[in-house]
Design a protein. Structure first.
Length: 348
């Protein structure tokens, strides 16, 4: 018993010292039962990733997992490797796997169960990276999973090993290292260990379904109401879209806008204009959860003048989650800077 206590103490110290760790069980984590003609697997402890090696060639179509699970099935010689993970922890007592028509006992050659302690790490200053987006389209989705599943189980030196998929390891796991909209996303690689297995699958499954928070098509609406030295009191409403395609953290793009404006000519006569225009030289900046858009707008009356404008607004937050949405913000004319209206924006 003393030895056991000592072991627990060492483990606790390891947890406290490391702040973030992944534990690997090699046995006793799964209970198997027979249910009619099927073998079912029940978790005996919480888990983040599981790998089973079964001493038989199992037909892929008979391997059933609950909704929301990612499943990798591979054949190694005459054995079948089954790896499972999902975006959240798999819970003790859950039926995680059912193999139809499997009634033989003693076929399980090995079981590995990885358990991650998820502790937020402050980043060391590098940019966040959407780990698991191997195709580079800003989302972790099916094509990334196909690639990851192909290299799963391979080690450095094997032709199937893909270095970009080796994102994490037991000793130095990948981490959720940025706050705000990135807080739920593994965004900083761990130290690769030359194996693509459970720790890497945990990262992939967690990030599966996430998109780079700012990429995609944004829609904007806005209104201005200000006293112009050229036009008198100007009232205008407008809306527009911007597609942010860059994979960088800070982005540039164009905004296409259509708007209506009511204003006065130099003699004080009321005028109304409806127009569509593309605003060039737009830059998007996301800093401290504030979205800032700087743009240059042509004078809508066609005078040839241009105006420097700035939209600035806080992204919507709810607890730790931050949404790619600006509930409301202000519009400024620059040089000198003065507020002329309000806007809102969100990602489709
Ligand atoms: Ca992708
Ligand atoms: Ca690894």
């Amino acid at each position: 018993m003393k030895i056991f206590r000592y072991f627990v103490f060492v483990l606790l110290m390891a947890i406290l010292l490391s702040g973030c760790y992944i534990k690997l069980h090699e046995e006793n984590g799964l209970e198997t039962r027979f249910d009619d003609d099927d073998m079912v697997f029940i978790l005996k402890s919480d888990a983040d990733a599981i790998e089973l090696l079964i001493d038989k060639t199992i037909d892929f179509s008979t391997v059933l997992v609950p909704d929301g699970y990612l499943k990798i099935v591979k054949y190694i010689n005459e054995n079948t490797l089954i790896a499972l993970a999902r975006g959240t922890k798999m819970n003790q007592g859950e039926e995680i796997l059912r193999i139809e028509g499997l009634k033989e006992k003693g076929l399980i050659a090995s079981i590995k169960i990885w358990n991650a302690l998820d502790i937020y790490h402050e980043s060391n200053g590098t940019e966040p990276e959407l780990l698991g987006d191997f195709t580079g389209d800003g989302q972790v989705e099916g094509f990334d999973f196909i690639a990851f599943a192909q290299s799963y189980g391979n080690a450095l030196g094997s032709p199937g090993y893909e270095a970009s998929h080796d994102m994490s390891s037991l000793e130095n796991p990948a981490s959720k290292a940025f706050s705000g909209i990135w807080a739920k996303i593994y965004s900083q690689e761990g130290v690769p260990d030359g194996k693509i297995d459970g720790p890497d699958f945990i990262v992939f499954a967690n990030n599966y379904g996430f998109a780079n928070p700012y990429l995609g098509t944004w829609t904007f609406t806005g209104a201005i109401d200000y006293d112009s030295s050229s036009f008198g009191q100007v009232n205008a409403t407008g809306n527009g879209t911007a597609t942010i395609e860059s994979l960088n953290y800070n982005l540039t793009g164009n905004v296409t806008m259509s708007f209506e404006a009511d204003y006065e000519d130099e003699s004080g006569n009321p005028l109304h204009s409806e127009m569509t225009t593309t605003i060039n030289n737009v830059s998007f900046d996301f800093d401290n959860l504030v979205m800032t858009i700087d743009a240059t707008v042509d004078d809508p009356t066609g005078s040839g003048s241009t105006y420097d404008v700035r939209l600035r607004g806080a992204l919507r937050t709810d607890g730790n989650a931050v949404y790619a949405e600006v509930p409301s913000g202000d519009i400024y004319l620059l040089n000198p800077e003065r507020k002329i209206g309000t806007w809102s924006g969100s990602k489709e």
